[in-house]
Design a protein around this ligand. Structure first.
Ligand SMILES: [Zn+2]
Length: 278
């Protein structure tokens, strides 16, 4: 069933488990995520991100994700990840996304605050939830995870949360997007300080490549949603290589890809503790 972030994250925050967001660019990834969620009876967030649109056009991918969410046996949030522009966020809402992230984290604080307020007002009138970001989660390829001046501060998190009314908040505490070059260090102290200040589900971006302990610790200390994309891509690539080596035909390679990606989703759901929480 199609739900929004509030329907799944409030319970996750209370019971201290994490719900995975898995980004998709095509229906193979979509199938892998939905089947994994149904087989494990787990809530799930499925999405696409503005930077991924060249690989899967919003108008084409949105109807598939929304249809899959509606007929799923488990709660599925259809989330527009890292919305960067007002127009694209509006397009996602009109297409029926039940949730959007507005990412103004590269803008100055005041601009981010003002633009998020505007988006929240409109999204809520659609019945959609909004995730905002304060601090900035950068790219692993640039080594951004160790730039501590981009980390979220508890004071800013509190001010931003109360001023905007976001339903979930992405925080920068040592993770980054993409493939890590060196082992990232999660700042759990900072996370606990933020958690103590704000009563809103917190989101960890750049989840691919973190250790099992990183997930256990951050979920214990306040993370309720974890974003995964790169790990799905790596699983898909592995399947294509294995399929080629095994001399498989195209459709069999495709099925292998779905199976590998599904396994990654299930592994994360077990680790995040969302199994049987649907
Ligand atoms: Zn992200």
């Amino acid at each position: 069933m199609l739900v929004n972030l509030n329907d799944v994250l409030k319970k996750a925050q209370q019971e201290k488990y994490g719900v995975g967001l898995f980004n998709t660019t095509d229906t193979d990834m979509l199938q892998a995520v939905i089947e994994a969620a149904e087989e494990l009876n787990s809530p799930v967030v499925i999405g696409t991100a503005e930077v991924l649109l060249p690989a899967g056009e919003l108008k084409l991918i949105a109807p598939s994700i929304i249809a899959a969410a509606k007929r799923a046996k488990v709660p599925v949030v259809v989330h527009y990840d890292h919305g960067l522009t007002f127009d694209r966020c509006m397009e996602a809402l009109k297409l029926g996304f039940s949730s959007i992230m507005f990412d103004g984290s590269t803008k100055d604080y005041e601009t981010n605050l003002k633009e998020t307020q505007e988006i929240v007002k409109i999204a809520h009138s659609f019945g959609a939830s909004v995730e905002g970001e304060i601090g900035h989660v950068g790219q692993a390829s640039s080594g951004d995870e160790s730039l501590t001046d981009m980390y979220t501060t508890p004071e800013e998190a509190y001010e931003y949360w109360t001023a905007t009314g976001v339903d979930a908040l992405a925080v920068a505490i040592g993770s980054a997007h993409g493939v890590y070059k060196k082992k990232p260090m999660m700042n759990l102290e900072r996370l606990k300080e933020i958690r103590a200040k704000v009563d809103v589900p917190l989101v960890l971006h750049g989840g691919s490549g973190l250790s099992d302990d990183d997930f256990r610790n951050t979920i214990r200390d306040g993370i309720a949603k974890v974003n995964i994309f790169t790990d799905l891509c790596l699983a898909g690539k592995r399947a294509m290589k294995d399929g080629e080596e095994q001399g498989l035909e195209y459709l069999d390679v495709r099925n292998l890809k779905v199976a590998y990606m599904k396994e990654v989703v299930k592994e994360k759901m077990r680790l995040f503790g969302s199994v049987n929480k649907a």
